[in-house]
Design a protein around this ligand. Structure first.
Ligand SMILES: Nc1ncnc2c1ncn2[C@@H]1O[C@H](COP(=O)(O)OP(=O)(O)OP(=O)(O)O)[C@@H](O)[C@H]1O
Length: 300
């Protein structure tokens, strides 16, 4: 595949990563985001993500122990805790990698507990995935073009395909246009023809997030998206995240950099030994005795 923006398109460039369909017109550069299923967001009291009494054991290890928390609409919520606290396992349960032993996970009012990863992504919960070895041998744009299929979500295809009569070439043209727009948003469009394996660690992180975004999720789970990212890129990435929140996207962030969490998240959930030990504003979390004790006693 060798895509370039100019080979088929004469339309003006925009940063609107979604197609204009009968149902929705959505921009990433300040426009109001409309959910595909607007009815979901009508009741603002229902959070996009609700975890209730989640339990996951691995043999004799209780990785997640009756964890409950909400992730509010358009928030950047931090999920922190010392090593082994249960953060990754919680992510894995939410995204369907692991089936919880008990408890519930709701996306708005839909029970998504135990759904397989493709079904979870299809509903609108997506996590960023590391670019695998195979994907490193493909260009950045090819990575983008594969993203909706790789994330197994048919969501995007549904979004851009209100009817089934449209030709595949047209679907692909729209997807390619959205891929370009998303690459522009993350300022890596100049790398479109570069092999993903040649990107720096930070640029790869941007690509990972761009790929996730292309599946048009409601909730994005970010697992250490800033690891290995230089401060300039980190700042850019954070700026993008905050902009996207303004357009209706919701983020749950696992991150070990405490300053970053405290400076950017309006709410922080703290796990320790599988349990949620605190769930509050960062300034409250910083003073929380249990949190301080958990971190002091841990190898972080
Ligand atoms: N697949 C597994 N099999 C057995 N034990 C596991 C498995 N995955 C996680 N665990 C155990 O579950 C507990 C929680 O691990 P988890 O990786 O969820 O913590 P974490 O908070 O993400 O830690 P870190 O910050 O170090 O990544 C740990 O004791 C870990 O050893």
């Amino acid at each position: 595949m060798n895509y370039s923006r100019d080979d088929s398109e004469t339309e003006p460039m925009s940063t609107d990563i979604r197609s204009h369909t009968e149902e929705s017109t959505v921009t990433l550069d300040g426009g109001v985001r409309m959910s595909q299923d607007e009815s979901r967001t009508e009741d603002t009291t229902v959070p996009p993500l609700r975890i209730q009494n989640l339990v996951k054991h691995f043999g004799g290890v209780t990785a997640v122990d009756e964890a409950s928390f909400d992730v509010e609409e358009r928030s950047l919520t931090g999920l922190i805790g010392p090593n082994g606290a249960g953060k990754s396992t919680t992510f894995d349960c939410i995204t369907g990698v692991h089936r919880p032993d008990s408890g519930s996970i709701y996306l708005y009012d839909e029970d998504i507990t135990g759904l397989r990863p493709y079904a979870t992504a299809d509903r609108g919960v997506v996590r960023t995935f590391q670019i695998t070895r195979e994907l490193k041998e493909m260009t950045v744009l090819e990575n983008m073009m594969l993203a909706p299929k790789n994330q197994q979500g048919e969501r995007l295809w549904r979004t851009i395909l209100p009817g089934s009569r449209r030709k595949v070439s047209e679907q692909e043209r729209e997807l390619r246009e959205q891929a370009w727009d998303t690459l522009e948003l993350f300022e890596i469009d100049h790398l479109a023809e570069e092999y993903a394996g040649n990107l720096s660690g930070g640029q790869r992180k941007l690509l990972e997030m761009a790929r996730a975004l292309l599946t048009d999720p409601d909730v994005l789970l970010l697992d250490e998206p800033f690891a290995g990212v230089n401060p300039v890129l980190e700042e850019k990435l954070l700026e993008r995240i905050h902009n996207l929140r303004g357009q209706g996207y919701t983020f749950l962030l696992v991150e070990h950099d405490m300053d970053l969490i405290m400076n950017n998240c309006e709410r922080v959930i703290v796990m320790h030994q599988g349990r949620v030990i605190a769930d509050d504003a960062p300034e409250v979390i910083l003073e929380d005795e249990q949190v301080i004790e958990a971190y002091l006693g841990a190898n972080v």
